[in-house]
Write a protein that binds this ligand. Structure first.
Ligand code: MG
Length: 389
């Protein structure tokens, strides 16, 4: 049992030299607020790495840390926490973190707040509550969930941030020389062509390499079918997010016919959401993102996936490393885990912000050993964090 004494929110900003997904492409520019719109998928990204971090302090003085998306309009999420959710939690007794997620979700479920910024706020608090619960019992979060079935979390390399196809192929080869065998490229920045990029990577990396393609929700069903026919000879392990997020029935129909396995789900927030989507039919891989789901919902989504015979390939995104640690803690307990995404350009920077023995090498992610999430913000984190009240 934990009594929550205070809730604080921080915006954590870490500059980066090259924008996420690679240098600016044709027609892309940075606007006055520091955002750019990728022409390949119409999605907006900041030029910095940015996330929201939550610190819960319990009545006994122990602290729990949580994190969620802060890439766009970060003050919106902070306001949902500070004005709406934190006052409900403060001075309450938390007995069961999962039940607390349900209680907080209930506050706004009839007002259309089933995901988005509201879902992100829930995820940050949920992760922080699990961290506190682990610290209270002096156990890693994975031991609270248990049993641990993956002492090392297998991973795939995500993103080849270089300007030209030749440079992206060379980057993949340099990682292959370091023992990496699974690679995902982002079609949004395949300026030379998606099929051309797949063909070049297959030729350079050989028949054994696992190559994945993130299609970033770009296509109509007919376009996706035509693209799949062109890609199939090069044997991608999966294609990700081929259709618009709203195309639930179309995605299931495509997955039923596609000779290439279909992955999706980084933008799905809850098991309610996933259950409604799977009612149309299964896909091959579901990709829950801890920064959206929190630990409570990623576990429920994984249970649903197992019931439908769907592998789990957790997503990894731009953050300070706290929600990544939470995702690894949960992943360690998932029998249906395939591989966890490894955003090498983000993860290396995370380690500079945190006190942790979490690590990554060619075998995968090595879990942090401490209680709770196994990560604590360090001095560099404090320098990058702005308190929002
Ligand atoms: Mg993706």
């Amino acid at each position: 049992m934990m009594r929550i004494a205070s809730v604080e929110t921080f915006i954590v900003t870490v500059p980066r030299e090259t924008p996420y997904l690679g240098p600016l492409g044709p027609g892309e520019r940075v606007n006055a607020r520091g955002y750019l719109v990728r022409q390949g998928n119409g999605t907006i990204y900041p030029t910095v790495d940015r996330s929201i971090v939550v610190r819960l302090t319990a009545a006994d003085g122990s602290m729990g840390w949580g994190e969620t998306y802060g890439i766009c309009a970060p003050r919106a999420t902070c306001e949902i926490i500070n004005d709406l959710l934190a006052p409900v939690l403060i001075d309450s007794e938390v007995h069961d973190v999962s039940a607390t997620w349900d209680m907080l979700y209930d506050l706004m479920r009839v007002r259309g707040c089933s995901g988005g910024f509201h879902g992100d706020a829930l995820a940050a608090l949920d992760i922080a509550l699990w961290d506190l619960a682990g610290k209270a019992r002096e156990l890693p979060v994975r031991e609270l969930i248990g049993p641990v079935v993956h002492p090392i979390i297998p991973s795939y390399l995500s993103g080849l941030p270089a300007a030209t196809l030749a440079e992206r192929v060379a980057l993949a080869q340099s990682w292959q020389a370091r023992g990496i065998h699974a690679f995902k490229f982002a079609a949004v920045v395949s300026h030379e062509g998606i099929v051309e990029e797949m063909a070049a990577l297959r030729a350079a990396l050989g028949p054994q390499a696992e190559i994945l393609i993130d299609l970033h929700w770009k296509f109509t069903p007919d376009e996706a079918r035509a693209l799949i026919a062109q890609l199939e000879p090069y044997r991608p392990r999966f294609i990700e997010a081929p259709l618009k997020p709203e195309a639930m029935a179309d995605l299931a129909a495509l997955a039923a016919q596609s000779p290439i396995p279909i992955a999706a789900g980084e933008e799905w927030y809850t098991a309610h959401d996933v259950a409604n989507r799977l009612a149309f039919g299964p896909i091959a891989y579901v990709q829950p993102e801890m920064g959206h789901t929190g630990i409570t919902q990623i576990l429920r989504i994984a249970q649903l996936a197992a019931r439908h015979g769907i592998a789990v390939a957790p997503h990894a995104t731009i953050g300070a490393g706290i929600f990544l640690a939470a995702s690894l803690q949960a992943s360690a307990t998932l029998p249906g885990l395939w591989k966890h995404e490894w955003q090498h350009s983000v993860f290396t920077r995370n380690l500079a912000l945190l006190h942790t023995d979490m690590a990554h090498d060619a075998t995968g992610y090595h879990l942090p050993t401490g209680p709770g999430l196994g990560v604590e913000p360090g001095d560099a984190f404090r320098a990058a964090a702005e308190l929002v009240s």
